[in-house]
Design a protein around this ligand. Structure first.
Ligand SMILES: Cc1cc2nc3c(=O)[nH]c(=O)nc-3n(C[C@H](O)[C@H](O)[C@H](O)COP(=O)(O)O)c2cc1C
Length: 418
């Protein structure tokens, strides 16, 4: 039987993806002090460009160089002059990603309260910004709260002017990326970054037009989408990465209402993920994950962390193009999700680092299904984080690999879910 993952798909904006596998966004943390995509990016993305992906999502690109997630993030500053030579660096990056015909979608982002001290061009004592001045909660212990305060600090509540500026920065960033040849952007409204801080009542306690009700919490994202549509060509794709909610029914209904408003705003796809720095369930860790439910179903094929939430979203929004990211490792797991109509696109994170040509591996491999999978090294939570009751932040340890590493090309080991 032909694999469903091989089917091309057309997004509402008219952009075609040649198959259903999308390299997920993974912050590279390898920009130099200019925060531009220099040679290391061209090398890494040159490998993904040849990998046979339906689409490539870049790691998050920050819209304000003062506020970065990692110290070496990419960032796009304001450019009044669209002929600025700096833009050529971005053009080269877009061209490299797309040189074998795979469209590249740039993930654009602002870390908000998740910007560490020293990450970004602001003074070490200048606080980051957030919808409300609520510091990160990294755990109950004294050490955890010290780390939260030393590493992140208490954010400054954004004024209306700050919000307008951030909206402008997202819109301008998308405009520049469109000029430079990117096929689209994805707004990072998940994982506890600024836009997801606005969406959540836990981190957005505002009582003005950007908070106080569910509709007001989503307003900043809607204004950004509207602004972007006005400045980019019609074929330019706009997606949103969105956090699934827990099963708490009011939170769930609120999230469905927010998705409904995003659909009305005309997004091309919604990527479902979950978690924050405080509770990193997007990495398969943390306190809550759909996957615990899957385990009880006893189906090995259900690898995805957010399967149940995707099923519910699909029921409400049957025409919305859904991408599901997190946990997929095997051909069988991916086909299971597509055959059950759980999603249209499958986001692949860590396996894409282990093997940049992962789609070729599982689409052309003649080995039986039970062998068509990539295994990741399991990285144990460090003892000190358990001892000091600190929620783990990172998830990249499994991906520390040389891109020339051949692991994953030989599929022998039973896979280990991280
Ligand atoms: C090193 C690393 C960096 C990441 N950076 C981003 C990012 O910039 N934006 C984002 O939305 N998700 C980011 N993620 C999360 C992935 O996109 C994905 O949701 C997560 O890894 C789960 O998918 P997987 O199980 O296929 O790895 C990152 C993950 C890793 C491992």
């Amino acid at each position: 039987m032909e694999l469903l993952m091989k089917d091309p798909i057309k997004l509402p904006c008219g952009l075609w993806l040649q198959n259903r596998l999308v390299k997920a966004a993974m912050a590279e943390d390898m920009a130099d002090s200019s925060h531009l995509p220099h040679s290391k990016f061209l090398e890494a993305y040159g490998k993904w460009a040849k990998g046979g992906w339906g689409g490539i999502l870049t790691g998050n690109i920050q819209v304000d160089v003062r506020y970065l997630g990692n110290y070496n993030d990419l960032a796009i500053d304001e450019f009044d002059d669209d002929t600025n030579a700096v833009l050529d660096t971005w053009r080269l990056y877009a061209n490299r990603c797309q040189e074998h015909g795979t469209p590249v979608i740039a993930q654009i982002s602002h870390p908000g309260r998740q910007s560490r001290r020293g990450a970004g061009r602001r003074g070490i004592f200048t606080p980051t910004i957030a919808p409300s001045p609520i510091p990160l909660y990294l755990g109950d212990g004294y050490v955890a709260s010290c780390i939260s305060s030393m590493v992140f600090g208490k954010p400054r509540e954004m004024s209306i002017n700050d919000i307008k500026q951030v909206i402008h920065q997202f819109v301008n960033c998308a405009r520049i990326l469109a000029i430079c040849g990117f096929s689209g952007i994805e707004l990072h409204a998940a994982h506890g970054f600024l836009l997801s801080q606005f969406l959540s009542p836990r981190t957005n306690r505002r009582l003005d037009e950007y908070g106080g009700s569910n509709d007001k919490r989503v307003r900043i994202v809607l204004e950004i989408i509207k602004g972007i549509r006005e400045v980019v060509p019609s074929g330019f794709c706009i997606g949103v990465k969105f956090n699934s909610s827990s099963d708490d029914s009011s939170t769930f209904e609120d999230s469905m209402r927010q998705i409904g408003l995003l659909v009305e705003a005309g997004i091309d796809f919604l990527e479902i993920s979950g978690g924050t720095f405080e509770d990193p369930i997007m990495m398969g860790r943390g306190t809550y994950s759909d996957r615990k439910t899957h385990r009880s179903h006893g189906t090995l094929a259900r690898e995805a962390f957010f399967w149940e939430y995707a099923v519910k979203t699909r029921k409400r929004f049957p025409n919305l193009i859904l991408m599901l990211t997190g946990g997929f490792r095997s051909r069988q797991g991916i086909e299971d999700a597509l055959q059950n109509n759980v999603c249209d696109l499958v986001g692949i994170g860590r396996p894409a680092v282990i093997n940049p040509a992962y789609p070729r591996l599982i689409m052309t491999n003649t080995s039986p299904d039970h062998q068509a999978k990539v295994s990741l090294n399991k990285v144990a939570t460090p003892f000190w984080s358990t001892f000091f009751q600190i929620n783990a932040l990172g998830g990249g340890a499994e991906t520390f690999t040389d891109l020339n590493d051949d692991r994953g090309k030989e599929i022998k080991n039973p896979h280990t879910i991280p």
